[in-house]
Write a protein that binds this ligand. Sequence first.
Ligand SMILES: Nc1ncnc2c1ncn2[C@@H]1O[C@H](COP(=O)(O)OP(=O)(O)OP(=O)(O)O)[C@@H](O)[C@H]1O
Length: 511
Amino acid sequence: MINSLESSEVIIKEIISKIEKSSWDSITCQETVKGLLKVMDDLADFRDIGDHLYDGIYITDGEGKTLYVNKAYTRITGIRPEEVVGQYVDDLVAKGVYLNAVTPEVIKSKKRVNAMGESLRNGTKMLITGSPVFDAEGNVKKVVTIDREITDLLKMKSDLEASQRKIQAVKTDKAKSIMEAEHLRKSQLKKTLIGSSIEIQKVMMQIQQVADLDVTVLITGETGSGKEVVANEIYLNSNRKKRPYIKVNCAAIPLNLLEAELFGYAKGAFTGATSSGKMGLFELADKGTILLDEIGDMPLELQSKLLRVIQHKEVTRVGGTKPIALDVRILSSTNCDLKNLVKQGRFREDLYYRLNVFPIHIPPLRSRIEDIEPLAKHFLDIYNTKYARNTIIDIPGFEMLHKYLWPGNIRELQNIIERLVIIAEQKGNVSNEQLGALLNLNPSYLAQPSLEKAGLKDIVNTVEKKAIEEALALYGSTRKAAKVLMVDQSTIVKKAKRLGIVLKDEKTHQA
Ligand SMILES: Nc1ncnc2c1ncn2[C@@H]1O[C@H](COP(=O)(O)OP(=O)(O)OP(=O)(O)O)[C@@H](O)[C@H]1O
């Protein structure tokens, strides 16, 4: 028995042939045969429809005996009709054709049952839905099970998951690139603020810490040490960077004008005042940042007014009565010892604390000599480009720069490098004589060994070493250096060896 539908057809054909051979009158006979042929037709149609369905159909009777499977079922499971039709599902499970089956469960529960399955033959994954068909008494007379292949669906799902993972990866990449951009932004900071010493790295870290916070910052350091550069970096890295940035040098504006410059004046405030009045620098800096450079030079009366601006976040113009609300971030800088000024009664203590919420101190260049070489190279790049030169400083040259005390700090280094580039030959090294001559303009600023830190032997060694290095740097050879220092050339060579002076190019020195 291939399929119970086909067997029904066989039975009907047999009945027809029996009817035709029977003694029934021809009209009854014809009618019955016509009816049976119609049933056969319907059965054929049913089989056709079943075979054209994309999902697998598995029909059993109420006992679980397999009546019909369509072509799609064979396609999906690899099980042919002749293997299962006429057999009970329980037996097929026992034989190992199926691992488990929904039909017995449907018969038992009289309810629709859903399950996921996998063909043991070809591994196809299926969504299986078995539904009961009831007779008039409510007994299960058939179970129709639909097997829907979901391998494609699962593949689609895994493809979807893969693309979701890709999208996630892109999102993560985007987050990563944002982080990288941030990192780049921070490293840009290092590019403007040249230096590799621990001291300057600490300053860079402090800038990063405070830039985005709206607190007041007091930047201290000797003249030319980079206070304005640090203030600029704070502004550029803050969330006010697209807002105004006003710099005021409190020492450069005549005292009688400073108040009106800073706070503005109302119309008719004084003779000569414009009729409409004038905005002060604080008002111009509204929503942005103001840098009060040389804050130590601000007169006491103005200090009180500045304190009010900070405390009440408003300014009253000179000669005015109406306060104007302000939102300004205040950075200030000084090379004075403000604390000392406070002690002397020249700077208001309350203002000092208001300005000094976050202090940044820039150490002088002489105490961070690791920064001299990168800074000098940075300025060489700038001025070589500006003057179309190719000036290089060699190792003895840098050694000279290291020994200098740099009272004018980085500004002085910058000026010296610019002058070097200007006076150097069109190409090549700057001569050490030229460099020495420039630095010797301030001989008292050449570093001396400190008596407290060194013993006599060390002091003698340091002085000897310095003298030999300088003579070598200035005169270029051990012979000339020996002559200048009034000793034998062999003494210079021996001492150089003992003192760790590298005679970089013996040939050059002995020429
Ligand atoms: N770390 C640095 N990297 C690169 N250039 C720097 C650095 N520090 C300072 N400079 C340069 O040195 C010069 C002096 O710096 P700046 O004007 O910021 O010093 P300052 O402390 O504000 O001086 P002053 O107290 O005289 O106002 C400027 O040309 C500045 O660009």
